[in-house]
Design a protein around this ligand. Structure first.
Ligand code: PMP
Length: 308
């Protein structure tokens, strides 16, 4: 990957190569990190962070669920994200704000006042599931791994440990030659992708699994709700059976990294016409239009980095 000159590390900018942690870091042993993925887009007015307030708010919610007291305010971390763009001279980037339990010894239960380290990493990053995938769709499969059952660990928190599940899903899919893996919830209903929320379109209606289907409630998912409404489509949050994918007219995945990626087949069954469908394309147009000025940002989602 392309690196940047600096990483924001506990309030200071340190050279990329020096942003290291001790091997006794609790998060390394036990997955106790909470993090975000945020995109900064190049716009006619300069680089703009997309929905940064919502991402940092979710970071604090993930920390709250895990009883982690972050040593910074939300505003301070938003400022750290802006600094990470300006000081690295980036015009567009993927940002990774991450907070984690530091060196607290071997105990699984961390001391309540144990150290919490906070970093913001920003670097150039392209289309997560490929430019070609954005245009023509990817081939996905349902993997043999279910998402975590409710009351095991919360999928609504974006925590490092959750991504063991995502890794199993993504690795199995890639090993079998698919572009991405989808997973069912523990009761066998549609849940989400390894790092994306799932949308299914049938007869002009857009469906997506609800929060209770062991998903991370995505910010791009919410963006779709708003853009779909603007375009005159209804989005229905409901429990969806697996076979909905096989008889769908269109399927797409959403995420900060994946943006809006069409799915052209699931488990080798062609979705619709086997290419990006018209509603998916209209949503992509509206979404990417936010960054070149074709879609008015009536929601205040763009945070112009240079305006501050
Ligand atoms: N589900 C999972 C498991 C994810 O990792 C992501 C990416 N953060 C999403 C859904 C989509 O979330 P968002 O749109 O907020 O990036």
């Amino acid at each position: 990957m392309k690196t940047s000159p600096y990483i924001w590390f506990n309030g200071k900018l340190v050279p990329w190569a020096d942003a290291n942690v001790h091997v006794m870091t609790h998060a390394l042993h036990y997955g106790s990190s909470v993090f975000e993925g945020v995109r900064c887009y190049s716009t006619p007015d300069g680089p703009a962070l997309f929905r940064i307030g919502d991402h940092i708010e979710r970071l604090f919610e993930s920390a709250k669920i895990y009883r982690m007291q972050l040593p910074y305010t939300q505003d301070e971390l938003i400022a750290a994200c802006r600094t990470s763009i300006t000081e690295n001279n980036l015009s567009s980037a993927y940002l990774r704000p991450i907070a984690f339990r530091g060196n607290t010894g071997f105990g699984v239960a961390p001391p309540a006042d144990g150290p919490i380290d906070v970093l913001v990493i920003a670097a150039e990053f392209g289309a997560y599931l490929g430019e070609e995938g954005l245009k023509n769709g990817i081939d996905a499969c349902i993997t043999s791994w279910n998402r975590a059952a409710p009351n095991t660990f919360p999928t609504g928190a974006k925590a490092g440990g959750n991504y063991l599940s995502s890794q199993l899903i993504a690795m199995e899919a890639r090993r079998l030659g698919f572009g991405e893996g989808l997973a069912l919830s523990v009761d066998g209903q549609l849940s989400e992708g390894a790092g994306e929320n799932l949308f299914v379109i049938r007869k002009g209606r857009i469906y997506t699994p609800p929060a209770a289907a062991s998903i991370l409630v995505g910010i791009t998912r919410d963006t779709i709700f708003q853009l779909a409404k603007m375009l005159g489509f209804e989005v229905v949050e409901q429990v969806l059976p697996r076979e909905m994918l096989y008889v769908a007219d269109e399927v797409f995945l959403t995420g900060t990294a994946a943006e809006i990626t069409p799915v052209r087949s699931v488990d080798g069954i062609t979705v619709g016409k086997g290419s990006r469908g018209p509603i998916t394309e209209a949503l992509q147009d509206a979404f990417f239009g936010l960054f070149d000025g074709r879609t008015a940002d009536e929601w205040g989602w763009l945070d112009q980095v240079n305006a501050k």
